[in-house]
Ligand binder design. Sequence first.
Ligand SMILES: Nc1ncnc2c1ncn2[C@@H]1O[C@H](COP(=O)(O)OP(=O)(O)OP(=O)(O)O)[C@@H](O)[C@H]1O
Length: 232
Amino acid sequence: MSNPVSPVVELRGVSRSYRWRGTVRSVLKELDCVVLPGTIMGIQGTSGTGKTTLARILAGLDRSFSGVRRLMDDLPREAVQMVFQDSLQAFNPRLSLEVSLGEALAASGRLSWSGSPRERRALLSRAVAQVGLEPPLLRRTPGRLSGGQRQRAAIARALLMDPAVLVLDEPVAALDLSIQAKILNLLQRLREDRLQAGRPVALVLISHDPAVLRHLCGEIYSLQEGRLWREE
Ligand SMILES: Nc1ncnc2c1ncn2[C@@H]1O[C@H](COP(=O)(O)OP(=O)(O)OP(=O)(O)O)[C@@H](O)[C@H]1O
């Protein structure tokens, strides 16, 4: 009998509701979600079904839920990283990419701010080159990048934290079709590279667009009535 693989992150019986103007809206209802190492899981759902709510809970950004969220043994909090649809809001507009990504690098514990600037620049150049960005772009603020470049930078920043899971909430919805395909191919390649390097990263790709999910995902689930349903 083969050993069962432990989830990198899992949700069991998770419920989340919002109180708004005196009424309570129940969004997630006893939802289960299991993310296995190195897999690509797709989650679809129409507007308002709770995709972002689920993404934030998976990523550990929202703790106002009932039920259980479990991370694989010994994984640090930062092991689950999130990439948002609108990466302009995810970056401090006043900071260059070099500073924003440098902060992520310092937070990951791989290099302290007191480390040599040269070493830091080399690591950051490699990080952006890995997502197809020219290192000189590191000097720019996020507002001086295209939407596609910014999304690549957001992915590079998340990868600097050496995640075991990347939760991507509508990562290409704001981009032109041709750029969408490039970003999806990039995610595919990054996942394969990490698998080969023995450091698997699981992707949870959330999209309202079934075509985006079919492009990448082995398993696709629909978020409906507060739960995930496996698509055939
Ligand atoms: N902070 C909040 N306060 C009150 N209601 C909220 C809050 N955040 C989300 N909601 C409501 O919860 C429901 C689910 O929201 P959520 O953003 O998770 O859905 P979604 O599937 O990501 O939607 P979309 O595809 O439109 O982004 C929506 O009806 C939304 O109005």
